[in-house]
Structure formats: structure tokens, C-alpha cells
Design a protein around this ligand. Sequence first.
Ligand SMILES: [Zn+2]
Length: 157
Amino acid sequence: MEHKSLTISYTERPETELEPQWQQLVASAKEATLGAYAPYSQFYVGAAVLLEGGEVVCGSNQENAAFGAGTCAERTALFYAHAHYPGRAVQAIAIAARKGEEGFTEAPVSPCGICRQVLLETQQRSAGPIRVLLYGRRCVQEIEGVEALLPLGFENF
Ligand SMILES: [Zn+2]
């Protein structure tokens, strides 16, 4: 038997201390929350994806009375990006969320398990690690590489 362990590392800093490029991507994610359709959860999520070449594609969560039909902001943005810019590498994604009337979440918001799996496969299709920026009013978490969000993720063998 062999015992193994995994360690992840990431950075936390106030939004104002991000490099201007990442501040802009976070701002796009915050703005994208305005497009959310979330009458059931009142949790309005926005995602902004930076593509190789500089385009930014945004998405928001879209709920439905048939709950299983709804989808997350991250997948809305990623699948739109793949559909409209096929073959273009994803360089970064920023995620932000507002909770009802409380405004943006105090703590950084992180992707659900399904979106982590989609991000992992997106990274495998891209040229290098995807930078993940998780926004909260308290701080922004910067994660370099999706594998930190999904250790031992499923791979298409
Ligand atoms: Zn998700």
C-alpha cells in the first residue's frame, strides 16, 4: 500500500490588487450576473471567459421550472465559446455571484462539480493551464490550472 496526498495552492487578494487585465475580466463576470435567470434560487451567477486572441465570452446561470434543464454560468459561457470560436484556447475564466438583494457574495464563489469537469476538459483542449478567478467582496482567489479544482478528475481514456 502506498499513501499519497495532493496539495493545491492558490492566491487570495483584494480585487483592487489584481492586474488590470484580471480586474477587467472580473468586472465582466460581475456584469454578466445581470443576464442570469434565477427565479428559483435568487442566486445570480456570471462567468467571463478569456479566449486566446483576446475575445471575452460571458454567460450566466439559466434556471428552469424543470430544474434539471437549468445550467450554470460557467457552462453557458464555455459552451458558447466552443460553439462560436471552435479551436480557440481558453486562457482564463472569472466567476462572480449575487445573492438575492444582498449583492455580491462576501466569499469567493466556486464552480460546481459538473462545471469543474467541463473546465478540466476545456483545459485539456487548450494550450495551457486555465487561470480561474473566483470573485468575492472579501477577496479574489486566483487558481492557476483547473486540476487544482478537480484532483483526480475523470479523463476520457
Ligand atoms: Zn456549475
